[in-house]
Design a protein around this ligand. Structure first.
Ligand code: GTP
Ligand code: SPV
Ligand code: MN
Length: 612
């Protein structure tokens, strides 16, 4: 029996506004669930939904970690699907050449038959949520409708979800509608019922965004950014459009607070592509004495100019959806320790004593595991036990490194912005941009080796401007212009921009830089630079450290490492410049003139280096 309009109206909480109830009714009439349930965000509700997910077999309770569960996805639903992600702007040029575009009316015509009856036999959950602290000036509200308990329980960790958010919406605050279905109805149009599976999804997938009407429709996937619609769909793709129109920034950036030995406090944001070290850096434990890092956010930053003219950042999320493999007591003890209770693990391996394990967690793998597909696994199996994009979902305040200011609704003032990626060659450990406009050029031209966070060719080099390639909700060239405009407004109060690369390799393919806690050494140099405490060397990519200024004390680096970390080969950079010119050409005359000027200046520096 599908739920009817009267039942929905009667079941709605008193705080629900008429327009919200009407929208929920419309979607329910389309998707035809058995019931509509309004999430209040209570612990009682959480416990009930967990119990239901355990009873259905989707959640496997982990005895060693109270309140924690293992979930195994369908092997065909393990990461963001960029090829199935669409920006449905009225005009194609407003999506730009880096996005898949579809005409909004045509996309709706494609989607409506798919959503028609897609929730038959299931419950439609209404999730009112806030991105950012409840009621905060920079925060924004949304409502996700979903037929997945997994999504509800993840959204409960990743956002401020429930009655409080509903109340703010009821008071008339702006909210974004977001509809999600796994696309696996349990009853067909003729009333024939089928059994559920532990990870329902559909072979056909559509992750769609309508920037003009500011709505999100997601079909067929239950995984991560495809399904937790507050995250990439709202907080980046839709929010980047809001930010463009309203003069702020919605970015794929971690936010951290760092305190030096002299007690001075700084805040940094860093844009690295997916699975390139944001969570790790956000929870950094510096290896240099006297420095301390606290976490504000690990994935997304919303930034606005404050009354004092500086740029302030909030973390719109309430939790971490972090990459599991590679997380260990050596690489990220803070994350590992945060996972000892109330964590959802997706696609990692199960140990014989009811705990989780993934590649890199310990040096020696256990002798036997159940792998992420549910099969027996031994170290001889020859395949990873955990999917490379397996993840943990955990409340942000479970990390011991969480900053006391992390929920400050006005945000933290940003001193430094880092851009980075995975580059085996060419890009030095750190270099300082000559000014804001050069920094925007650096951000716009980032390339990075692709990771398992999205389907596609892992390891292949691709442009990922501002780490926003999969997340910019409008034309990337317009986005670059927006960054120039923001810089003009910030003037001399603008953060300083640096480029970093922890991933440079030697000719044998070994990492040149130890990374992780030692990345604090590069940040220390950046902070000394902005304080005017050290000179720097003008180089092709920017200003690089004078040898000896980068603190390598206590590191056992082989002779010649500095030269290799900071080598800037004019021939290789000349090739990069040519590729950049080709890349810009894709955007036609939308490319801001300043980027062409910056490219000319880069070529002039390359020419000067050739002569030197
Ligand atoms: P998303 O959540 O996908 O946006 O990614 P993220 O940028 O938060 O990625 P995360 O911090 O989870 O990085 C994942 C991978 O980067 C892991 O395999 C880490 O081991 C590796 N990594 C992080 N920092 C470093 C580093 O300094 N050096 C090296 N070599 N690897 C690193
Ligand atoms: C990323 O891919 O950048 C993520 C994970 O942060 S997901 O939420 O799945 O997009
Ligand atoms: Mn991310």
């Amino acid at each position: 029996m599908t739920v009817d309009a009267t039942e929905i109206q009667q079941g709605a909480p008193a705080a629900a506004s008429a327009d919200l109830v009407e929208w929920v009714t419309t979607v329910a009439e389309l998707t035809k669930p058995d019931a509509v349930y309004w999430c209040d965000g209570s612990e009682e509700e959480r416990d009930r939904l967990r119990a239901e997910a355990v009873a259905s077999g989707q959640f496997i309770p982990l005895e060693k970690r109270p309140g924690s569960f293992l979930v195994r996805s369908d092997p065909a639903d393990v990461a963001r699907v960029e090829s199935r992600t669409f920006i449905c702007s009225e005009k194609e040029e407003d999506a730009g050449p880096t996005n898949n575009w579809a005409d909004p009316a045509e996309m709706k015509a494609t989607l409506m038959p798919l959503f028609d009856g897609s929730m038959r036999g299931r419950t439609l959950y209404v999730i009112p949520f806030s991105m950012g602290p409840l009621g905060g000036n920079i925060s924004r509200l949304g409502v996700e409708l979903t037929d997945s308990i997994y999504v509800v329980l993840n959204m409960r960790i990743m956002t401020r979800m429930g009655a409080e958010a509903l109340k703010l919406i009821g008071e008339g605050q702006y909210w974004v509608p977001a509809v999600h279905t796994v696309g696996y109805p349990l009853v067909d149009a003729d009333g024939n019922r089928r059994d559920d599976v532990t990870w329902p999804c559909n072979e056909e997938k559509y992750i769609t965004h309508f920037p003009e009407t500011r709505e999100i429709w997601s079909y067929g996937s239950g995984y991560g950014g495809n399904a937790l619609l507050g995250k990439k769909c709202y907080a980046l793709r839709i929010a980047s459009v809001l930010a463009r129109d309203e003069g702020w920034l919605a970015e794929h950036m971690l936010i951290l607070k760092i305190t030096g030995p002299d007690g001075r406090v700084y805040h940094l944001t860093a844009a690295f592509p997916s699975a390139c070290g944001k969570t790790n850096l956000a929870m950094l434990r510096p290896t240099i004495p006297g420095w301390k890092v606290e976490t504000v956010g690990d994935d997304i930053a919303w930034m606005r100019q404050g009354e004092d003219g500086r740029l302030y950042a909030i973390n719109p999320e309430a939790g971490f959806f972090g990459v599991a493999p590679g997380t260990s007591l050596d690489t990220n003890p803070t994350a590992l320790e945060a996972l000892d209770h109330d964590t959802i693990f997706t696609n990692v391996a199960l140990t014989d004593d009811g705990d989780v394990w993934w590649e890199g967690m310990t040096k020696e793998p256990p002798a036997h595991l159940i792998d992420w597909r549910g099969n027996d696994w031994t170290p001889e199996s020859g395949v990873p036990s955990s999917h490379p994009n397996s993840r943990f979902t955990v409340r942000a305040d479970q990390a011991a490194s969480i900053s006391p200011e992390w929920e400050d609704p006005t945000g933290v003032p940003i001193d430094v912005i880092l851009f980075g990626g995975r580059r085996a060659s060419n890009v030095p450990l750190i270099s300082e941009s000559y000014d804001w406009n050069h920094g925007v050029f650096v951000g716009a031209t980032v390339s990075s080796e692709q990771t398992a966070a999205a389907e596609g060719a892992v390891g292949s080099l691709r442009r990922d401007p501002f780490a926003m390639l999969p997340f910019c909700g409008y034309n990337m060239a317009d986005y670059w212009a927006h960054w120039f405009r923001v810089g003009e407004k910030l003037g001399d109060k603008a953060p300083h921009i640096f480029q970093v690369n922890w991933f440079r390799k030697d000719s044998e393919g070994n990492w040149l830089w130890p990374g992780f806690g030692d990345n604090a050494r590069a940040i220390e140099w950046a902070l000394r630079r902005i304080n005017g405490e050290v000179e720097a060397v003008d180089a092709i990519s920017g200003r690089i450290p004078v040898e000896g200024d980068l603190n390598t004390e206590g590191l056992d680096l082989p002779e010649g490492t500095y030269e290799k970390l900071f080598a800037l080969d004019p021939e290789a950079w000349s090739v990069e410049a040519d590729l950049t010119e080709e890349y810009f050409a894709k955007f036609g005359d939308k490319v801001p003139a300043e980027l062409h000027t910056q490219l000319e200046q880069l070529r002039a520096r390359i020419a000067a280096a050739r002569e030197a």
